[in-house]
Design a protein around this ligand. Structure first.
Ligand code: G16
Length: 544
């Protein structure tokens, strides 16, 4: 055992891994490792080891590590790795993360670490760099201490950005690795992020004004202080953004995501009770780490109305599609939309039949959607839960800047597209950036939320969280639209679906919570509710 091995083993002993009940294994899930925070210290240490290997594998580029459990309750936490261009960790490497985290002893951990280095031809002597941030959970502090210990033990340069939204960390990773190159993503600082967004926002709004008040519920998470900071960079007199930040208490951890935030709005289909939306006021909710966004308003006549990720997706696809046509680029650029099985059937129909754009369905997890969206010149991807973004290819960005406009209208379209290329976070779904995108579009179209909602009618739907004995029994196929295990469960779901008109339902194990999720849609609200309840009972029965 050489000195480096000893350093890793000694540091690991200070951050022991807790064996899971019933011999279960830790898994790199939908968004990294996510569970009760008291299980995560050793996990985070080991993720640090992997991040250092990843950096060395990729010629010493900076790798990101984000400590967050996003929409989960305050007692949970999580840790995930960000690749050099700000994307999620390459999927092949998830199993290396799983192997390291499940090593049964410190000595075996060192063996697996060295074996990975050998198998992957990684020179552990070259420099490595990792940058990291965390959300407002109190457990975050202890976890980043474990992470820093792993980085010291592997002689990895590291930068602690402390409190950040998840998308800010993704921004910083890309900015760090592209600094000083022709593809520089922006200044390598939190201020750089605010400046970039604010400047692009003003450019994108140009000549229009944002009207009315926007009430932003920040889930009592890190998005609250960060949004308030960002708003200082907006010249209100120029654009008119009147944002009112609510649910921004980050001093009492127990209120994080409690009866507020994007996940609450989406699953309960109602506004957070603490700051009821005044009738007519435009409202939106972020989640605990500010990577999801939901819009809604309280209609004086018809009550609560929600505009979720599917709506943001179709709004963005329609607006950007029109701009591309006005810019004379329709024949040059391929636009596509990526959704998951949770997308409301009405949104898919609207995008394919009305907007005439192709739609691809992938499994849940932005890592899957992002990858497919990269195959287009303009790839719009959103999960129904409000997580998503719009990706512009280098060719698309280049044509917005270099195409010679033939008319003032064409120039306007090209300028707006170029501004959107800077405004929309290209690394991952970003609630603040997405909110600005929606505000820009509404201003350009001179639309209220009601106008936006009129584009199509959602099929009534319901999302249910079902606690089961063992969620790992549930395996899916067909982009998660069908269960392949346990045997017989899918047949029972099919039978239940047949009893309802225009109905669809599926079940899957969550990758971020210890539960299954059931989605159902049908011709009426009562039928959607009833179908969801029936399928939930089937899942409960098969999950024990
Ligand atoms: C994460 C992922 C999302 C996913 C969500 C729920 O979001 O980044 O892509 O939709 O989990 O996943 P699951 O249904 O597997 O629990 P977040 O906002 O919690 O990081």
């Amino acid at each position: 055992m050489d000195n480096s091995d000893q350093a890793i083993q000694a540091a690991s002993a200070r951050h022991p891994i807790v064996p899971l009940e019933r011999g279960q294994l830790y898994r790199y899930g939908t968004a990294g490792f996510r569970m009760k925070a008291d299980l995560l210290e050793g996990v985070t240490f080991r993720v640090g080891l992997l991040a250092s290997l990843r950096s060395r594998k990729l010629n010493s580029q900076a790798i990101g590590v984000m400590v967050t459990a996003s929409h989960n309750p305050a007692v949970d936490n999580g840790v995930k790795i960000v690749d050099p261009m700000g994307e999620m960790l390459e999927q092949d490497w998830e199993r290396y993360a799983t192997a390291l985290v499940n090593a049964p002893s410190d000595a075996e951990l060192v063996d697996i670490y060295n074996r990975l280095a050998t198998d992957l031809k990684i020179d552990t002597k070259i420099p490595a760099k990792v940058i990291y941030g965390r959300d407002t959970r109190p457990s975050g502090h202890k976890l980043v201490t474990a992470l820093a210990d792993a980085l010291d033990a592997t002689r990895t340069e590291h930068v602690d950005y402390k409190l950040l939204t998840t998308p800010q960390l993704h921004y910083l990773v890309r900015a760090t690795n592209s600094e000083g190159t022709p593809l520089s993503y922006g200044k390598v600082s939190e201020v750089g992020y605010y400046e970039k967004l604010a400047e692009a926002f003003v450019r994108a709004v140009r000549g229009r004004r944002i009207s009315g008040t926007l009430q932003v519920d920040c889930a009592n998470g890190v998005g609250g202080p960060k949004l308030s900071e960002f708003l200082k960079y907006i010249p209100k007199d120029k654009v008119g953004l009147d944002a009112r930040v609510v649910n921004d208490d980050v001093l009492r951890p127990e209120v994080l995501n409690l009866d507020c935030g994007a996940d609450y709005v989406k699953t309960k289909q109602r506004a957070p009770p603490a700051h009821q939306a005044k009738p007519g006021v435009r409202c939106c909710s972020l989640d605990g780490d500010a990577d999801r966004l939901m819009y809604y308003w309280e209609d004086p006549e018809s009550g609560f109305f929600m505009l979720d990720g599917d709506r943001i997706s179709s709004l963005a696809a329609s607006f950007i599609g029109d701009l591309v046509t006005s810019a004379g680029l329709r024949d040059d650029l391929r636009i596509g939309v990526v959704q998951t099985a949770y997308a409301n059937g009405a949104s898919t129909n609207y995008i394919t039949q009305h907007l005439k754009l192709p739609v691809v369905c992938t499994p849940t997890g932005v890592k899957h959607l992002h990858h497919v969206a990269q195959g287009y010149d303009i790839g719009v991807y959103f999960e129904a839960n409000g997580h998503g973004t719009v990706l512009f290819s280098p060719d698309a960005l280049n044509s917005f800047k270099t195409k010679e406009p033939q008319s003032p209208a064409q120039k306007d379209a090209l300028d707006t597209l170029a501004a959107l290329g800077d405004l929309v976070n290209q690394t991952v779904g970003d609630a603040i950036s997405d909110m600005l995108l929606v505000e820009v579009i509404l201003a350009h179209k001179n639309w209220t939320l009601r106008d936006w909602a009129m584009t199509y009618s959602d099929l009534p739907n319901r999302l249910v969280r079902v606690e089961v004995g063992n969620k790992d029994l549930f395996h899916t196929t067909d982009a998660e639209r069908r269960l392949s295990h346990p045997d017989g469960a899918q047949e029972e779901i099919d039978e239940a679906v047949k009893k309802f008109k225009d109905a669809r339902s599926f079940a899957r194990a969550s990758g971020t919570e210890n539960a299954c999720r059931v989605y159902a849609e049908a011709a009426t609200r009562t039928e959607a509710n009833e179908l969801a309840d029936r399928v939930a009972r089937i899942v409960e029965r098969y999950g024990t």
